[in-house]
Design a protein around this ligand. Structure first.
Ligand code: ZN
Length: 536
């Protein structure tokens, strides 16, 4: 028997009158609870009926394989789909040529769905085979799985939009991409330029190997990514070395000083560098040299402090070598802090959706990939992870620029099981599952949770109040957001242009064509799962 739905006018009336009472009592009335459960059922159906679209988007973006700041094909593809479905697109957002914001609906609440879109250098890999085989030697590839999140978000958004239209539920759905996440290069600029002004909640999705979310301060760090460029004077290194001033000396002295100084920093810090430019050839005194640092810490104060120490060291090194130094911030990430009320709402939906049902083929493939990279051979997870309270003392580690957004708007990250546990990360093996049924099922499971949590945010005003309350009183009790970029800093959008120009012509031959092939595996002639390299 089909449920008769309460008209939305009545729902709104119920919610409005019930809201003040709900703060002290058990929660929304039975009628509202039933109504929300029914809407979530529709959200699940709306996602399931779009499983084909999810697969096509996931596989197409996988085939584009675009590096940070060069996500042109990916952004064009996603925005065209959204535009066809009635979304309004704003392009070139926050100085990012591949950035955009898509909106549909009117008024509040404004719910923003985001996910990263860039890939990993040199991670080109055939999907569905459990051994190393690049599609194109040396080319970039989705060795993290950022090809899947937008497929998830778009499908969830379209399912939500259907329900909002039919039930006349007010609110705005906004979608946006994480541009250049692998360089922590986009989100702080989007925050600085006001992209999230007026947004009530951000549901961020990131590929993982379980269906899970979290609240409070996450493990890991925030950071500044900054390049120091030294300038000196060139000369013949043998004939007139006294006339030269080596920019490379500046770089080396800076590194020596930093390596000594780091002993006297908090053990929570993480810092590392590479030398993108160390000069041209030994017999020419390097007139220009640069060193690129990631400076990571767990709170705003210490990130700022360590950044200032590095700046001082760079200037001292320049002084010692009679060179000059300039610096360019390439990216930043705030430490991540996620919202308790939204995480709890999402977790209830996670428990309802559960992990995908994996086939024996999928499990065998996962174990074969784990074997290939000497990870623990335990296959795919079959039960969802519990929502745990945050650690008293979060562990140090990596960063993600969703942090900046999490200090601007109540935010959660949902991880969804499109990848395989126990892989190295940022690695070709992390691409192996990303255009297979494992990714397709993981995306659909995640899309259900996002669509259902969207229903919660749109139809439970008390949830938005709780989310805002946590954001204002709990999260910001001891620290407030400090942006590490200045008003003059600009996204470094030229990065990776040369690499993409080199590989794109060849990569184009492998773009997925859904009009001709059911899946990307079909197009590539791969009979999933291929567990071992064929011997010939
Ligand atoms: Zn990522």
């Amino acid at each position: 028997m089909k449920h008769r739905l309460l008209p939305s006018v009545l729902l709104t009336a119920l919610l409005t009158t019930a809201a003040p009472v709900m703060a002290q009592t058990a929660g929304p009335s039975a009628a509202v609870v039933e109504r929300i459960a029914e809407l979530k059922k529709q959200a699940i159906q709306g996602v399931e009926s779009r499983a084909k679209l999810a697969q096509e988007m996931n596989d197409s973006i996988f085939s584009f394989g675009e590096l940070a700041f060069q996500e042109f094909e990916t952004s064009k593809y996603i925005t065209e789909i959204l535009e066809k479905n009635g979304f309004t697109i704003k392009r070139d957002v926050a100085g990012l040529p591949t950035g955009w914001v898509a909106t549909w609906g009117s008024g509040g609440p404004v719910i923003a769905l985001g996910s990263d879109i860039d890939c990993i250098p040199k991670a080109s890999q055939k999907p569905g085979v459990a051994y190393r085989e690049p599609m194109i030697e040396g080319a970039p590839g989705h060795g993290e799985g950022h090809n899947s999140g937008q497929a998830l978000n778009v499908v969830a958004a379209l399912a939500l939009k259907d329900i909002m239209e039919r039930e006349k539920i007010p609110g705005t759905i906004m979608l946006w991409p994480g541009v250049a996440e692998e360089l922590l290069g986009g989100k702080a600029y989007m925050v600085r330029d006001g992209v999230f002004n007026g947004v009530d909640a951000v549901l961020f999705t990131h590929v993982g190997n379980n269906l899970q979310t979290a609240w409070g301060q996450a493990n890991g760090t925030g950071m500044v990514s900054v390049e120091y460029k030294f300038s000196g004077e060139s000369a013949h290194s043998a004939q007139a070395p006294w006339r030269g001033r080596s920019a490379l000396d500046g770089v080396e002295l800076m590194n020596v000083a930093w390596n000594m100084r780091r002993e006297h920093l908090r053990p929570e810090q993480r810092s590392h560098y590479v030398i993108p430019d160390g000069g041209d050839q030994p017999n020419v005194v390097p007139s220009v040299a640069s060193v690129w640092y990631f400076i990571r810490e767990q709170d705003f104060e210490n990130i700022r402090k360590n950044f200032e120490i590095a700046n001082t060291i760079s200037e001292a090194a320049a002084k010692m070598t009679d060179t000059t130094v300039t610096r360019q911030v390439i990216g930043t990430a705030a430490p991540r802090h996620f919202n308790k009320a939204i995480a709890e709402a999402a977790y209830a939906n996670i428990q309802q959706v559960g992990m995908p049902q994996w086939t024996e083929d999928e499990q065998a493939f996962a174990r074969a990939v784990q074997r290939t990279v000497k990870g623990k051979e335990e296959g795919l997870a079959t039960t969802v992870k519990k929502l745990e309270p945050p650690a008293d003392k979060p562990e140090s580690g990596g960063s993600d620029d969703i942090g900046d957004i999490s200090w601007t708007v109540p935010t959660i990250t949902l991880n969804y099981p499109a990848n395989i546990p126990n892989l190295p990360g940022h690695h070709w093996s992390n691409a192996m599952s990303m255009a297979t049924p494992i990714a397709h099922k993981g995306v659909v499971a995640g899309a259900k949770v996002i669509a259902m949590t969207g229903i919660d945010l749109l139809s439970r005003p008390e949830l938005l109040v709780q989310a805002k309350g946590y954001f204002t009183s709990e999260q910001q009790k001891n620290q407030k957001y400090v942006s590490m970029i200045s008003a003059e800093d600009k996204p470094q959008v030229q990065i990776n242009a040369d690499v993409m120009a080199r590989y794109r012509p060849e990569m184009k031959k492998y773009y997925y064509d859904p009009s001709k092939h059911a899946t990307y595996l079909d197009q590539l002639g791969i009979k999933f799962p291929v567990l071992e390299k064929p011997k010939n």
